[in-house]
Ligand binder design. Structure first.
Ligand SMILES: [Zn+2]
Length: 75
């Protein structure tokens, strides 16, 4: 049985569509939209990011946090 998913079923991976192979952690403007209001990394199911890019994205966000470019989860 198929599960119904309400979150943009036709949406494609942002990084595949834009032909971005490597995600730069210094490019905060690009990776910030993939964090939620609590600065958490969004699940790939919500952003339609493919597994390959999701891994790179997670790494980039973690690096950006470490370099204080992105906030850590607060509270
Ligand atoms: Zn992708």
């Amino acid at each position: 049985m198929l599960k119904k998913d309400n979150s943009n079923p036709t949406k494609q991976c942002h990084f595949c569509v834009n032909n971005i192979k490597d995600i730069d952690y210094k490019d905060v403007e690009s990776i910030k939209p993939f964090t939620d209001s609590h600065a958490r990394i969004m699940k790939h199911r919500r952003t339609a990011t493919c597994t390959r890019h999701q891994r790179k994205l997670t790494l980039a966000i973690k690096r950006a946090r470490f370099m204080s470019l992105l906030p850590f989860i607060s509270g």
